[in-house]
Design a protein. Structure first.
Length: 469
């Protein structure tokens, strides 16, 4: 039987059969209020094969993809609800809802302000260059996912407001020419990460147009292509069914045959996502192309905030041939307060799980916070002369020199993010002194000085018509 993908969003939420038959209408009405602010999308695979609807209130999959009233602060929920009950004009609603979204830190970790590189004086909005060796490429055609995680840190890509998106045009050849030229000029870039949204929602012939130029360009320093995706959790049939699956696997095979390392960065949130027949077949198929698979997810309250869940995932992933990679702290955006666990709790969950898996699964790093200066890992909680401290280090830094050096923060049992932490001595962490130097995408420093914009000078954009189809 061919599986046909069917998505349910706010616009057709009343036609979502599983939701309608298991969840009281009053609860669905609350979901609708939240879904006007935080994008909502789920699909028939996740509904039918992942969520246990008989216990939906406690089901990790349900909590991951369905909006809940508490995802908005109570006062904000009431404001949005009242507004929607009172005003129906589409354009006015759009302006209002975007103003609400702006209160929820839609672009964490400087995604739009600090990571967009500049080449020949132009901001390249389809790329991000935060760490020296890795360039992120955002395909225009991957500004969506097969379902939406409610804690998503790229959620502005999914809302009806161009200004919130990573603006790129439809012309793939121009986007890729720009990306290749940028990579050629930056010998420090060894990895291109195709990201989104989810690149695996693209039709194979579109995906090919983004990936093929990367391995055909024959740039000696470009050694690896990574694909960041949650498609194995949300729609594994992509890799198992029909001609499309064959075309994708063929493309992966071509990458590895070209001697380029292909790493599929798979996002799995809880064990059930690894258990269906289709996901197991899909993983085997991807591995058969010579691609590597690395796994990652944030730790989320209600979804995976138990060490048993993580130990189980890492064991299963290793058995299936994947490499556990990152245990993230949920980012400071959108529904962070709903999903966040304290940094202390995140560390305890990580440590308890890590200590119970074999060395094969101890490839995982974390708890890691992807914040503006870099990826900061909590390596422990110490007591020195009776004083509790968080032990930290950079796994990645805007300045590569920061990586690996231990540093410390005052213990705070309520802290959920880097911004909540205070240095032990003085009022600044060591890297904060240097942050003004690194407040642009890393490659931007390599443009001729005369082209570097000053702080007060707006940077010209690539003319939109150049990129539009
Ligand atoms: S898969 Fe990634 S980009 Fe897509 S909704 Fe989830 S977190 Fe966001």
């Amino acid at each position: 039987m061919t599986y046909r993908y069917k998505a349910y969003q706010l616009s057709n939420i009343d036609k979502n059969p599983e939701l309608q038959s298991h969840v009281p209408q009053a609860e669905i009405e609350e979901m609708k209020v939240v879904a006007h602010v935080l994008p909502h999308k789920v699909n028939n695979y996740y509904n039918q094969e992942i969520i246990d609807w008989e216990n939906y209130q406690f089901d990790p999959g349900f909590r991951l993809v369905y909006p809940q009233r508490d995802m908005l602060p109570p006062a904000l929920f009431e404001i949005v609800k009242e507004y929607l009950e009172t005003f129906s004009d589409k354009e006015e609603r759009k302006i209002f809802l975007n103003s609400i979204r702006l209160k929820l830190n839609p672009h964490p970790a400087g995604q739009k302000t600090h990571n967009v590189p500049i080449m020949d004086g132009l901001e390249l909005h389809s790329l991000q260059h935060k760490y020296a060796e890795t360039l992120l490429i955002f395909p225009y055609h991957a500004h969506t996912c097969a379902a939406y995680c409610q804690m998503c840190f790229r959620w502005p890509l999914f809302v009806d407001d161009e200004a919130m998106k990573f603006t790129v045009g439809k012309k793939i050849n121009i986007q890729m020419e720009v990306a290749l030229e940028y990579i050629r000029r930056h010998p420090e870039i060894t990895n291109a990460l195709i990201t989104g949204g989810d690149p695996m929602v693209m039709a194979p012939k579109l995906l090919r147009q983004y990936i093929r130029p990367l391995f055909e360009a024959n740039i000696p320093h470009l050694q690896a292509i990574r694909i960041g995706s949650k498609q194995l959790s949300y729609q594994p049939y992509t890799f198992t069914q029909g001609k499309k699956a064959q075309q994708i696997l063929q493309l992966f095979q071509e990458v590895t045959d070209a001697g380029i390392h292909l790493s599929f960065m798979a996002h799995f949130s809880h064990k059930r996502e690894l258990e269906t027949e289709s996901v197991q077949e899909a993983i085997k198929n991807i591995l058969s192309t010579g691609a590597n698979m690395r796994t990652q997810s944030p730790v989320l309250r209600f979804v995976n905030d138990k060490w048993q869940e993580w130990a189980g995932m890492w064991k299963k992933q290793t058995t299936m041939g994947m490499i556990p990679y990152y245990f993230f702290v949920v980012r400071d955006t959108g529904a962070q307060d709903y999903f966040a666990v304290s940094l202390e709790r995140a560390w305890n969950i990580f440590r308890d799980a890590y200590s119970r898996v074999s060395g094969l699964a101890r490839t995982v790093r974390g708890p890691s916070m992807s914040c503006i200066p870099g990826k900061v890992e909590i390596t422990g909680i110490s007591k020195i002369f009776g004083v509790k401290l968080f032990n930290l280090r950079f796994l990645q830094g805007r300045n590569p020199e920061w990586v690996g050096h231990p540093f410390y923060a005052k213990y705070d049992p309520k802290a959920i993010w880097m911004d909540d932490l205070q240095p032990v001595i003085g009022n600044k962490f060591f890297f904060e002194e240097e942050m003004p130097i690194f407040d642009k995408a890393i490659g931007s420093e390599m443009i001729p000085l005369e082209l570097m914009p000053t702080k007060n000078e707006p940077v010209p954009q690539i003319p939109v018509q150049m990129l539009q189809g």
